[in-house]
Design a protein around this ligand. Structure first.
Ligand SMILES: [Fe+2]
Ligand SMILES: [Fe+2]
Length: 299
């Protein structure tokens, strides 16, 4: 017997109705809404220098301005490629979420709308990376293959908790990029489109997250997975291979970034809001705090 469509609560429908109306009013087509033909602005960074993994280190002090700008380009591209990795995971998780539910509900129609958004975002990030002329570094071998498993077996709390985590840290980073008019127009335009559309995804995920009641044993299990997502998604953001683009041995660059208190402070700042939301949803505790600490997102 085919699975019965899950019942859709009225508040869930109201939220989805609002999000669908907002999507109809303000959505983007990155193929035409980004100026892909413009040349990069000479001397402009791709993200605020204070957000770079080596900012403030001895290596940073020895770099020329050109190398610092080049590093900002590669770090933005690395983060965008991790964005694609997660969006591809998320699209599959949302499809699984929709699969067993009533497709005539607003809730499922918004899940499908979000998949369409993410599909356009991944193309946008891919185009941006190609336009920058840098490699799509990706999430690295271990995270990439854990993603393969995770997208197939994630539970409700892991789907929406993991989604919120990745969307919120990208949001914190991109909000700053889009508002800083000294930065490259390309990364500012891409960030603006992403921030506007992601605001809806974040409210969808946040409501789903608190909708699930968890018993004490189940809570531990979910915390462990959330901890693993936080750890692998955060440590994947900056691929060590990119340091070679500015003449730094990847091992040396990675060690310097790991020991850099400013980079740690940046990660804590980017994750602050979402860690407190996860905490309120009961998804931060003894089971995963050590993983959050290892990821460098809590003190
Ligand atoms: Fe996205
Ligand atoms: Fe999203």
């Amino acid at each position: 017997m085919p699975p019965q469509p899950a019942r859709t609560a009225p508040d869930r429908e109201r939220t989805a109705e609002r999000l669908l109306a907002s999507s109809a009013k303000l959505s983007f087509n990155p193929l035409t809404d980004v100026d892909w033909d413009a040349d990069p602005v000479p001397g402009a960074y791709y993200c605020p220098p204070r957000h770079l993994s080596l900012y403030g280190t001895d290596l940073w002090e020895r770099m020329t301005e050109e190398q610092r700008i080049e590093l900002s380009k590669h770090e933005v591209a690395s983060i965008a490629s991790v964005g694609i990795w997660f969006e591809e995971i998320l699209m599959q998780m949302l499809l699984r979420h929709a699969f067993d539910r009533d497709p005539t509900s607003n809730h499922v129609q918004y899940a499908l709308t979000e998949i369409a958004d993410e599909c356009r975002h991944s193309i946008m990030f891919a185009r941006m990376i190609a336009k920058m002329g840098v490699p799509a570094y990706g999430a690295g071998f271990v995270a990439h293959n854990l993603g393969r498993l995770f997208k197939a077996i994630s539970t409700h709390s892991q789907t929406f908790g993991g989604t919120m985590y990745v969307e919120e840290i990208l949001d914190a980073f991109q909000r700053e990029v889009m508002n800083d008019d000294t930065l490259q127009p390309l990364t500012r335009q891409v960030s603006r489109i992403h921030v506007i559309e992601e605001a809806r995804h974040i409210s969808y995920a946040r409501e789903e997250l608190v909708r699930k009641r968890l018993g004490p044993v189940r809570r531990r299990y979910e915390q462990l997975f959330i901890g693993l997502i936080v750890y692998y998604a955060t440590t994947a953001l900056i691929h060590p291979r990119l340091y070679a683009a500015v003449g730094i041995d990847p091992k040396v660059g990675r060690a310097a970034a790991r020991a850099n208190p400013r980079w740690r402070a940046t990660k804590i700042e980017m994750a602050q809001k979402v860690v407190s939301v996860l905490d309120r949803a009961g998804l931060v505790g003894r089971t995963n705090r050590w993983l959050l600490r290892a990821a460098g997102v809590v003190a």
